[in-house]
Design a protein around this ligand. Structure first.
Ligand code: BTN
Length: 253
């Protein structure tokens, strides 16, 4: 905690040498009443998980594997935007620490070029009274060499070390990410999504590009024109129609 600049996020940190997934631990802690801003960090995850039930490669000591518990006083329909807000916060924290600007692929992959350096997984605990907790899982590839990645992802994954040539101080980066997360989540809660939408679009690798959106039932191709106030991706197909994409795998063409 030494060096933390935050008031709320990270005031309680559960640091684990190893766990199945920090998401699972965070869900458990949230259910037990852990305060707003509690953070779970592990050196190694044996069952790190990604979006859409995918596995997340989380080797020992080379990345940041953490989950942040937030208890924002907002209605449930405002929850999905937290994922976009987190992406903005992380891109800016990475830039502050290593001086390189990554970009965001909708909704929340952080890329260098076409390779992924960070994934975000937001999960919700809610009941009839609304949001009980948001669990924001953040996985940052920090000091991996290419051969440290699983063979299947070597061509699509990268690390901050590979991009910058530096060995990156993970503690400093965690502090910066938590600080940035506090600033931008607060901004969202106080000022709404409009200022964040602008920041997100400014960092986006998707907007203005030709993309292919794979959804569970169909695949659409077109130009990604922007995101709405709800964080929904707007895709214009060749026939001129505008489609709202809520959940998809996006491929830049
Ligand atoms: C994705 O891009 O699919 C999201 C990846 C999220 C990975 C992080 S690592 C910390 C937290 N614990 C998990 O099991 N997953 C998230």
């Amino acid at each position: 905690q030494a060096g933390l600049k935050t008031e709320k996020i990270g005031r309680r940190i559960e640091y684990l040498e190893q766990c199945a997934s920090t998401q699972i631990v965070a869900h458990q802690l949230a259910q037990e009443g852990a305060p707003d801003g509690t953070v779970v960090i592990a050196e190694l995850q044996t069952e790190g998980r990604g979006r859409l039930m995918r596995k997340w490669d989380s080797a020992k000591g080379q990345g940041i594997w953490m989950s942040v518990i937030l208890r924002p006083d907002v209605p449930p329909h405002k929850a999905p935007q937290f994922t976009l807000v987190a992406a903005v916060a992380i891109v800016r924290a990475i830039q502050a620490v290593i001086g390189l600007e990554a970009s965001i692929k909708w909704p929340n992959d952080i890329l260098f070029g076409t390779k992924k350096a960070t994934g975000i997984l937001t999960e919700l605990q809610s009941d009839a009274d609304g949001i009980q907790a948001l669990i924001i899982g953040i996985g940052v590839n920090v000091n991996q060499e290419r051969e440290d990645f699983d063979v299947e992802v070597q061509d699509i994954a990268t690390s901050l070390h590979l991009e910058s040539g530096q060995l990156v101080n993970r503690r400093k980066l965690v502090q910066e990410i938590l600080h940035s997360l506090e600033i931008y989540t607060q901004m969202y809660i106080e000022e709404g999504f409009a200022p964040l939408k602008e920041l997100w679009e400014g960092h986006s690798a998707t907007i203005g590009k030709a993309v292919r959106a794979r959804m569970s039932r169909e695949t659409l191709e077109g130009i990604a024109e922007g995101i709405t106030e709800d964080g929904v991706l707007q895709l214009r197909t060749a026939d001129g129609r505008l489609h709202g994409i809520y959940s998809a795998d996006i491929e830049l063409k």
